[in-house]
Each structure stands twice: as C-alpha cells, then as structure tokens.
Design a protein around this ligand. Structure first.
Ligand SMILES: [Zn+2]
Length: 261
C-alpha cells in the first residue's frame, strides 16, 4: 500500500494505546481512553510486558487486574505481549516488529504512547519505540509477525492478521508534568471511570501489609495523579484534562467544533 492508498484502507480501531506495563495506560491517560470509549470509539490497549520485574503482584495477578480495569474503562480490547520487562527498547528489531505487527493488525487511526511517570527505563523507551514502530508499520517490504499475546476479552485474541502496511493518522505521546502539550482532552466526565480502573490495581496502587514500598503504592500517589490532571485542566479551562504532544499538525477542512485554549 502506498501513502496515497491509505484512504482506501479501513481502520480496524480508532485508537491504540501502547504502554510497558499494566496500569501505565490508566495512570497516564485513562480518562481519555474512557471518554473516547463512551463515545463509541474502538479503543485498544497494548501492554508490552507482563510486568515480571514488578515489586508487587505476579504477572497473572496483574493481568487479572488489567482485565477488570479494561472493563471499568469500557474499552474494546486489550492485548499483552511478553517483551522483557525492564528492557523495552526501540533499538531491538524484534520489539519494533512486535508493535508494528499489532499496528498492522488493529489498523488504528490514532496511536498513543503512554509513559507517565518517566522514572522507569521502560517508560523512557516507549515514545521512541512507538514512533519507530508506527513508521516501520508503513514499510511493506519489512516483515512483522504478531508476537504471542494474552487478550481481553478472550475473543479479542481473534484479531485479524497484519496487513502488509498501515499508516496511523496521528502518533501522540502523553505529556509528563512540565512538558508542552499541543492537545488536551477534557476528562472531567470520565474521571470516575479512570478512578474505577485504577482501583482495580490493588497489587500496584495499594500498600497492603507485606507489600514492598514503591512510588505508586505511596498513599499520596493517586492524589498526585489527580493534581496532574487538575493542572492540565487549569491550562485547558476545564476541571480535569489529560495532555498529549505530537510532532504532527491536523489538516482542517473547516473551523473545528473544539475551542482553542
Ligand atoms: Zn510502567
């Protein structure tokens, strides 16, 4: 498929959000995922690892939590690959191929990289891995096979085989505090769904007796997540927002309904 032929292709998903571990997408942009889902958009998540190096919770426990969180968000489907936790990298061709193959299979209009906070090396690697995979997914001469994945709901395992090529309309990265966004999403109405999804991650976000202390099971962490969205919301003129950056610009055919902030 050439770039000119893209418009004749049919998108299989509206949005695909890629993150390293379960709970990353919900923390970074769960309000956006829930909001777009509530509007009938086909929203998919891809967790790249099973989180086997996590301080708390087994990969199976974390996957069960992710399934419940996915239902709370109202998304269409969730996939989880088994890339090596702690070693997510844009420099490893097999990792780029795994993400590119999922892009070619789900054929999303929008692709999101969700790495907030940025302390973990996998989070630092995600934006460049996602941008590279989005580019490589275009190149029909570059083969990419689907990796082994878990799927929620179970029928999501039956995703179509990858097309030879797919071009995402937009590739965006969730902004960390202090970064300069060029797109906000009002998540005020979907905030309860985001919180409901986050509360599914008891092994990660609750400091139960015997749990190893981490940044995200610190009792004040969820307050911090809300403060980030209140700060973006203040900039956007709404109570709560999530913020995104992209190197692209939209091509308009008319004045948009959205207001500028
Ligand atoms: Zn993570």
């Amino acid at each position: 498929m050439t770039e000119d032929e893209r418009t004749s292709g049919t998108a299989g998903a509206d949005l695909l959000c890629v993150s390293p571990h379960t709970d990353d997408a919900e923390i970074a942009c769960g309000g956006t995922l829930a909001r777009f889902s509530s509007r009938g958009r086909r929203v998919w998540l891809l967790d790249l690892t099973r989180g086997e190096l996590g301080s708390n919770g087994t990969p199976d426990e974390r996957w069960e939590e992710a399934a419940r969180a996915s239902a709370a968000l109202g998304i269409t489907g969730r996939l989880q690959a088994a890339l090596p936790d702690g070693f997510v990298s844009a420099e490893r061709p097999e990792q780029v191929a795994a993400v590119a193959a999922v892009i070619r299979s789900l054929r999303p209009r929008w692709l999101l990289a969700a790495p907030v906070p940025r302390r973990h090396p996998d989070h630092q690697a995600i934006p460049s891995l996602v941008r590279k995979a989005a580019f490589m997914a275009r190149l029909a001469s570059w083969p990419a096979a689907l990796p082994e994945m878990r799927a929620w709901p179970p029928q999501a395992a039956a995703i179509p085989p990858p097309t030879a090529s797919w071009i995402c309309e937009a590739v965006l990265t969730v902004c960390a505090p202090g970064e300069r966004p060029n797109l906000y999403v009002d998540v005020t109405a979907s905030w309860p769904a985001k919180l409901a999804a986050l509360r599914c991650y008891a092994t990660q976000l609750e400091r139960a007796a015997g749990a190893r202390p981490t940044v995200i099971n610190e009792p004040a962490f969820l307050d911090q997540v809300e403060r980030w969205s209140r700060a973006w919301g203040f900039q956007a003129g709404v109570p709560l927002a999530e913020a995104f950056a992209t190197e692209q610009a939209p091509l308009l055919e008319d004045l948009p309904a959205e207001r500028w902030v």
